[in-house]
Design a protein around this ligand. Structure first.
Ligand SMILES: [Zn+2]
Length: 560
């Protein structure tokens, strides 16, 4: 009979502060507190499961009760250290709030807390999942916490700090343990594999880390299972099939397809993974993660140091990020994260994923409307001599507009003036003009022209009040009136008409896609739904037409 197999998580449980993986910020502070003898009565360790909360608490207990302590390097061999490590120290009581909700133990705690420790320096109570304690247990605990005897320390741990009573929280020094960064996790797993004489590829290690999502204990358990299934040689595919994960190079391939706009290739990857029984929801989550990393990389090298990816991936990602700009990455991220919400409840996860990829590719190719306008303006400035100040481009010739801009404003009725402005805007963008049909000038408030609109069409006004359109309108008014003016739109009940009488147009589906086509200046109607936008009007808009010519594009989607 060989030696009994001990699970890795237990065997590799850290025994010294320096062995705690990925929580340097916590360990450093604790060490300082011990060295400077500035110890609090109660500590709260917060963090997701399996990241080292109770392990840290136990090491802390050893540090305080070691015969050589308090010390930042407990010896690990004295009776106190050994008993604590084995969970049988009389001075260190561990209570699991989750398993029995702690009533009896807290009662015992309350009865025994005033007695001096039997052997160690302190009586230490480690309470795991402290938020799970019953109300009674909590209250008993609180009484003790209010006036703890000097020889008593409390180490609490919780995954859900918001459920811990504020009266307890306020008496604790709090430490937040984080998910273990991928490189640190991989390094740790590699060390274990080497010591256990397991042959495991880097890709397999990275896949374990990816599957464990920052939980070290989960990663160690996975390694246990892999050893049980595969013996002493572990490949990436073993890990992938255990988690239902896509291979890293499949993921990379998918991202390449997105970058290159290769819909066929992207869909092929999805098909292959689906047929191989992979978890497509998980695939989308991984893809999102991947793009998040590309986002960080697209921001420059300074941000890259914050990245949580396997070293083996960094070069590839860097190369991919170089082919993208931040705006593009953001647009794709928008599409993917919208899909992540949808895929959870979708009957066909594959369909959701495929649509998301196609949308992402389309959005990736789309040029933001603002970028188009900016480019157009640049071209205009370069190509045409500036128009004389008194003759705005596209000056209206209709009945409403005065032919002589220098005419005093007294001779222009407010209605005519406004109609002229709307006509003028129509020369630039008929779409915006159509949105202004039915508006009415209400009068002046100082230099502000108040314009009423049918409250029914508040959404439309949001569209019109885009800074660009406002600028065209005010420029026209300024020219006519020879003074500085601004425009304020306000809902006007008098203009209300039966719904559906005018402006019926198919409304563009609201979309989580890029935000840059949103109005820069938002009106009072901030909460309105998507502006109905007529695709034909949009397409025939001369400015848009010009833009499409210049960019050799087609309209993918009209967003509000
Ligand atoms: Zn010791």
């Amino acid at each position: 009979m060989g030696k009994q197999y001990q699970v890795l998580a237990r065997k590799w449980r850290p025994q010294r502060f320096d062995e705690v993986v990925g929580q340097d910020h916590v360990i450093t502070t604790l060490k300082n507190a011990i060295e400077q003898n500035r110890l609090a009565h109660a500590y709260l360790f917060v963090g997701p499961r399996g990241v080292g909360k109770t392990s840290t608490a136990r090491i802390f207990a050893k540090a305080l009760n070691c015969v050589k302590g308090p010390t930042v390097t407990p010896c690990g061999t004295c009776d106190n250290c050994v008993e604590i490590a084995e969970g049988r120290s009389l001075d260190v009581l561990e209570i699991d709030g989750a398993s029995n909700r702690g009533i009896d133990e807290v009662r015992e705690l309350r009865d025994t807390v005033r007695y001096a420790p039997s052997r160690g320096r302190f009586k230490i109570y480690i309470i795991d999942e402290v938020h799970m304690l019953t109300k009674e247990a909590f209250n008993a605990l609180l009484k003790t916490l209010e006036e703890p005897p000097p020889h008593v320390k409390f180490f609490f741990a919780t995954t859900e700090p918001h459920k811990v009573l504020p009266t307890i929280l306020s008496r604790c020094q709090r430490f937040d343990l984080r998910r273990i960064p991928t490189p640190a996790m991989i390094q740790h797993l590699r060390k274990i594999a080497k010591a256990e004489k397991i042959q495991i590829s880097d890709a397999a290690l990275a896949a374990i880390a990816r599957g464990a999502e920052g939980g070290l204990r989960d990663a160690e358990s996975t390694l246990d299972q892999l050893i049980a299934f595969c013996g002493d040689r572990i490949e990436e595919t073993d890990v992938l099939s255990m988690f239902g994960l896509a291979a890293q190079d499949q993921l990379t391939g998918l991202v390449d397809a997105l970058i290159e706009g290769d819909v066929v290739r992207a869909l092929r990857v999805v098909r292959d993974l689906d047929e191989a029984g992979k978890d497509l929801q998980r695939l989308l989550a991984d893809l999102l993660d991947y793009w998040r990393h590309l986002l960080v990389l697209s921001l420059g090298e300074a941000a890259a140091s914050e990245l949580d990816v396997a070293d083996s991936m960094l070069e590839t990602m860097r190369r991919q990020a170089q082919r993208l700009d931040t705006d593009t990455v953001l647009r794709v991220l928008d599409v993917l994260s919208a899909a992540e919400n949808r895929i959870r409840y979708a009957l066909s996860k594959r369909l959701v994923l495929e649509i998301a990829l196609i949308k992402a590719i389309k959005s990736r190719q789309a040029v933001g409307l603002d970028a188009v306008i900016r480019r157009l303006t640049e071209l205009k400035t370069l190509g045409a001599a500036p128009a004389p100040a008194s003759t705005p481009v596209g000056q209206p010739t209709g009945r409403s507009a005065p032919t002589d801009a220098a005419k005093p404003n007294a001779e222009i009725s407010l209605e005519d003036l406004w109609a002229g402005a709307v006509e003028h805007l129509g020369k630039v963008t008929p779409l915006a003009k159509s949105c202004l049909v039915g508006t009415k000038p209400l009068g002046w408030s100082g230099a502000i022209l108040r314009v009423g609109f049918d409250p029914e069409f508040a959404d439309r006004m949001e569209f019109v009040m885009h800074a660009r359109n406002l600028e065209v309108l005010t420029a026209f008014l300024r020219e006519r009136l020879r003074r500085d003016v601004s425009i304020k739109f306000e809902p006007c009940d008098e203009l209300r008409q039966a719904p559906g009488t005018t402006h019926e147009s198919p409304s563009a589906a609201p979309s989580a896609l890029a935000a840059e086509a949103r109005p820069a200046a938002r009106g009072p109607a901030n909460t309105v739904a998507a502006a109905p936008v007529n695709m034909d009007e949009f397409r025939n808009d001369p400015m848009i037409k010009k833009a499409l010519e210049i960019f050799k594009g087609s309209i993918v989607e009209v967003r509000k």
